[in-house]
Design a protein around this ligand. Structure first.
Ligand SMILES: NC(=O)c1ccc[n+]([C@@H]2O[C@H](COP(=O)([O-])OP(=O)(O)OC[C@H]3O[C@@H](n4cnc5c(N)ncnc54)[C@H](O)[C@@H]3O)[C@@H](O)[C@H]2O)c1
Length: 366
């Protein structure tokens, strides 16, 4: 590796569940290096810093002032993301922002403005876009092999205990988590839905908190989304489905269908012609094992965070390449704003009991 290609030095900001994962991912990559960690809770910062032999800080400003740090990974409560990303970009640091981009579209638009003027790059974590199963389905959609997309179902039926919500003062709060089961847990599957189906235009939704105490957010929500293309989708997201089953995405079109369940391609059929098929379709049509023969059969996506796949590392690879080549990463602030806008529109529809138009990326600053 030449000097110009020496590993980029990152600080992990927020040493909780996902911050520890970022520290491991950065350390495991040849093109990145962990240089520091930050957490206002001294024991959290000290423990992670000691594990990797790096410096611990308690204030983001201290790492932003260091010239030998190239980027930061924001793994803090969701409501802090945009504000911290603005500070980092203004200090000339590249930024990896954990999902969601933020909890507020105004803050997201402000960040987009700063990012557009910055020489530093930013990406928002949406690691499941990098799953092999997602790549197969995305390629089939892009090449038209599924035909005209007609409908989709995104369902995340997980369980989070009361102790999960009690484990951090920010969890399950409107101000810092932005919402509940949708914006925190189901966001990955909703992001894939939007990435595959295109521009959403209107949503109608219901939400409720049915299995947890003390939350001012939903633990269960259902929505229907109408897309610009005419396609229709159902969203179902919950952390009240004991013991927790799977995150599932079904995409259906006139020439094929695909089902991803817990990051694995469980059904795939593409390139058929619905017009020529028997009246009721059918037959032994599953090509999943042919198009993706070696699939990870590891733990389910809703399991312990320690069971996270290597998809974060794949997203770092994409981001580091984008920085080095001066290109856009796959998940831009505009892309993440689109997903945030859909989730906030679902909340708005559920709160007001009316269909809600989804603002276009242009009007949200994305
Ligand atoms: N991509 C994924 O699969 C995934 C998984 C889990 C969490 N997340 C996201 O990561 C973020 C953090 O979630 P978590 O589960 O790790 O939460 P957590 O509560 O376990 O950790 C958050 C940490 O941030 C620290 N913190 C708070 N304010 C800070 C500040 N101003 N500067 C630095 N550190 C600060 C807290 O002390 C805590 O240690 C959330 O936005 C969440 O949605 C993403």
């Amino acid at each position: 590796m030449s000097e110009a290609e020496s590993p980029l030095r990152f600080a992990v900001v927020g040493c909780g569940v996902i911050g520890r994962h970022h520290a491991a991912v950065i350390t495991g990559r040849p093109d990145a290096e962990l240089a520091a960690v930050v957490d206002p809770v001294p024991s959290a910062a000290d423990e992670l810093a000691a594990q990797y032999g790096v410096t611990a800080y308690n204030d983001l400003g201290d790492v932003l002032a260091r010239d030998d740090i190239d980027g930061v990974a924001l793994c803090t409560p969701s409501g802090d993301h945009a504000e911290q990303a603005v500070l980092a970009l203004r200090a000339g640091k590249h930024v990896v922002i954990e999902k969601p981009l933020d909890v507020d579209l105004v803050a997201a638009a402000r960040l987009a403005e700063v990012a557009n003027r910055s020489t530093a790059s930013a990406t928002v974590i949406s690691q499941h876009r990098f799953d092999p199963a997602t790549e197969v389905v995305r390629a089939a959609v892009e090449s038209g092999k599924l035909g005209r997309l007609t409908s989709a179902v995104a369902s995340v039926a997980w369980w989070r205990s009361q102790s999960y919500y009690d484990s951090g003062a920010w969890r399950g709060t409107k101000a810092h988590d932005g919402g509940g089961a949708l914006i925190n847990q189901s966001i990955h599957t909703i992001d894939l839905l939007i990435w595959l189906l295109g521009d959403p235009v209107e949503v109608t939704a219901y939400s409720a908190c049915l299995a947890h105490d003390g939350l001012d957010v939903e633990d269960t929500a259902v929505a229907v989304i109408r897309f610009d293309s005419g396609a229709l989708a159902v969203v179902h997201g919950t952390t009240a489905a004991y013991p927790g089953t799977s995150a599932r995405l079904q995409v259906h079109g006139t020439h094929g269908s695909a089902i991803i369940d817990d990051d694995r391609l469980v059904y795939f059929h593409a390139g058929g012609s619905g017009a020529e098929a028997p009246a009721y379709g059918g037959g032994d049509t599953n090509q999943a094992a042919l198009v993706l023969p070696a699939q990870d059969t590891g733990p389910s996506a809703g399991a312990e965070p320690s069971a996270l796949s290597n998809a974060h590392s794949l997203q770092y690879a994409d981001f580091l390449t984008a920085i080095r080549t001066g290109t856009e990463p796959l998940v831009t602030i505009a892309e993440a704003t689109k997903t945030l806008a859909v989730i906030l529109a679902i909340y708005d529809s559920a709160a007001r009991h009316v269909p809600v138009p989804i603002p276009s990326a242009a009007s949200t600053g994305g």
